[in-house]
Write a protein that binds this ligand. Structure first.
Ligand code: UFG
Length: 321
């Protein structure tokens, strides 16, 4: 079976991708510097190389082990931090990816799946967002995702090389069989923050903005379960190995869920009230971000299985009970 190098495979999404690859009969080798990856997220059936993407020699060592394709999920991803410390994001997300693709070319590895983001679109000009929407990132983080997609597009023109960039919307949840238990350290996203409040790791949280032009005044986002994201990566690998073409594809469910709906659903599931307050809007937050994922469904022959937000939140709460 094909051997896949999963760069960032000990992280939140990466570990779910490794699980899905192994279950699909692929061989997986994780390459991770463990800066945010966690040992508990490593599967013993997968190989492991501790290394950093800024170390081209380490990448070459990994790529030379008969790798058929790469999945790159080792990007830094805190939007706010990318605006305060663009150097860190330029080095990791830009220099890092140059090393990865050059190492691929040097070692004759021809296919890559890249973790991109809805952040490439910026402020929605229409909804739902499809892949033809103008690309106008509002953060340096989003810029690094777009720059990487552009780099990959050039390599696909100039080299024997193809890629699929998967533009994630809001990734949430954990594998339902509880096989992945490493929670993110210092989470920045809504649901993990709510869960920390639910388990007493933090006192409470704030809902940013209650006066948006939405049914309940709070922002709507497109929450997609991480296991659905993971299965899309495996489908993308399959597609890349049988097709010469490259694609950028949205991964979402097409359904907008409000912050308040997430909070209410969590309270129902955990059976108690959460301590939260309404605060000012967070700068740069669009009122609504929802994906049109028809292209991914068609190209990857894939469909998200989780469509109900309660079921998604339950997979996170299951780890606590
Ligand atoms: N929110 C709160 N309180 C919090 C945290 C978040 O109310 O403590 C709200 C936000 O204002 C937003 C929603 O919850 O309305 C979701 O926020 P997240 O930070 O979890 O996610 P974002 O939609 O802001 O960000 C996601 C991805 C980014 C990506 C971005 C661009 O996490 O990687 O979408 O579309 F860049």
């Amino acid at each position: 079976m094909p051997k896949i190098l999963v760069i960032g495979g000990a992280g939140y999404i990466g570990s779910h991708v490794v699980k899905e690859l192994l279950e699909g009969g692929y061989e997986a080798v994780v390459f991770d510097d463990m800066s945010s990856g966690q040992e508990v997220n490593l599967f013993k059936e997968a190989g492991f190389i501790k290394g950093n993407i800024l170390d081209k020699k380490a990448l070459d060592g990994a790529m030379s082990q008969n790798i058929d394709a790469v999945i790159h999920l080792a990007g830094k991803k805190a939007v706010g931090e990318s605006m305060e410390n663009p150097q860190k994001y330029a080095e990791n997300n830009l220099n890092g990816v140059v090393n990865i693709v050059n190492s691929m070319v040097d070692n004759d590895v021809k296919h890559i799946v890249f973790s991109s983001s809805a952040a490439v679109y910026g402020m929605p000009q229409y909804l739902p967002l499809d892949e033809k929407h103008p690309l106008n990132p509002m953060s340096f983080y989003g810029y690094t995702k777009l720059a990487t997609e552009n780099l990959l597009a050039w390599y696909a023109k100039l080299k024997d090389f193809n890629y699929i960039a998967l533009r994630y919307f809001n990734a949430v949840g954990y594998a339902a069989d509880k096989s992945i238990t490493g929670r993110e350290k210092n989470p920045q996203n809504l649901l993990p923050i709510i869960m920390e409040a639910a388990t007493g790791k933090r006192d409470g949280f704030a809902i940013f903005g209650s006066d948006y032009d939405t049914p309940d005044g709070t922002c709507l986002r497109d929450y997609i379960h991480v296991s659905d994201l993971a299965s899309a990566h495996v489908a993308a690998i399959k597609r890349l190995m049988t097709d010469k073409k490259s694609y950028s594809l949205n991964l979402g469910t097409g359904k907008g869920i409000s912050v308040k709906q997430i909070v209410d659903a969590t309270e129902n599931i955990i059976g108690k009230r959460l301590n939260y307050r309404y605060a000012a809007r967070r700068p740069g937050d669009p009122a609504i971000v929802v994906a049109k994922s028809d292209l991914a469904q068609q190209i990857l022959n894939w469909k998200p299985k989780y469509t109900n937000i309660e079921d998604i939140i339950q997979t996170v709460w299951n780890l606590e009970i």
